[in-house]
Ligand binder design. Structure first.
Ligand code: CIR
Length: 254
């Protein structure tokens, strides 16, 4: 039984959105299109039965719309992350304020670093990606918190991909993975659907209550997801992709 998600915290992109961190080499994102896509994203979450709290843009923090990286929200508590990119660490205070009315809050402390994008939940187990953003000390602290709340965890080397969930997400009964992760030892015993390399971006999809949300424009991934038998909502994400962000990155769901 999947745990029902009732609430989402998202953050609107600010006018400095294009100044965020990215490895994308093409054109910068179009700010007004990013805002429209963000609205569509919020509508998709609502369509899946979720109440959406939209935080204002955070001045001076162009990557702040990628709220996923700042916290891991459990039923029992919220674990505030310490993002691996220095330019993002100042995002956490405002997320603490947003989460405090909902949850007991605990924090990853220096020298630990964790980005929420590296944390993949599979039932009561958490895969913790070790990446350029999440270090072994952060993983150790996170694993201790998870154990305290009754969950197990294990680490996975992410390699040169930004985050673990850039390439693998949980879509209910299955994992959805790009070829970079589908062959990884850590996931061999689990039911997994593999997206083609040409659609690797769509490996970051969301199972939200009775629906699946997937980025628009990835027909082969959509066909795979149709096998799961849930209604599918597509959201255009081109401007977020230009900033290395995917669907999961843009919300905290609990
Ligand atoms: C960053 O590089 O931190 C942002 N531009 C993108 C973060 C994407 N977040 C995620 O994959 N969870």
């Amino acid at each position: 039984m999947l745990h029902r998600i009732k609430y989402a915290i998202v953050r609107r992109p600010g006018p400095d959105f294009a100044q965020g961190l990215t490895t994308f080499e093409g054109a910068s994102p179009d700010f007004s299109l990013a805002l429209r896509q963000h609205d569509a994203y919020c509508d998709a979450l609502r369509h899946c039965g979720v109440e959406v709290e939209v935080l204002d843009a955070l001045d001076g923090f162009p990557d702040a719309p990628f709220v996923e990286d700042t916290a891991i929200v459990l039923r029992e508590a919220a674990i505030l992350c310490r993002p691996g990119a220095l330019s993002r660490q100042g995002e956490v205070d405002s997320v603490r304020e947003a989460l405090a009315p909902h949850k007991k809050v605990v924090s990853i402390e220096a020298p630990g670093c964790v980005d929420g994008g590296d944390i993949l939940r599979w039932h009561d187990h958490f895969f913790i990606g070790l990446s350029l953003r999440t270090n072994p000390e952060g993983a150790r602290q996170l694993s201790n918190f998870l154990e305290r709340y009754g969950y197990t965890s294990s680490t996975v080397e992410v390699g040169d991909i930004l985050h673990l969930k850039t390439g693998i997400t949980g879509v209910g009964t299955h994992l959805l993975a790009s070829p970079a992760f589908s062959k990884h030892d850590a996931f061999q015993s689990l039911p997994l659907l593999e997206v083609p390399n040409s659609e690797a971006y769509a490996a970051n999809s969301i199972r939200l209550n009775d629906h699946l949300i997937t980025p628009a424009g990835f027909p082969q991934t959509r066909k795979l997801l149709e096998l799961l038998g849930c209604p599918i909502v597509e959201v255009p994400m081109s401007e977020f992709e230009k900033m290395d962000g995917g669907l999961t990155c843009c919300s905290l769901l609990f």
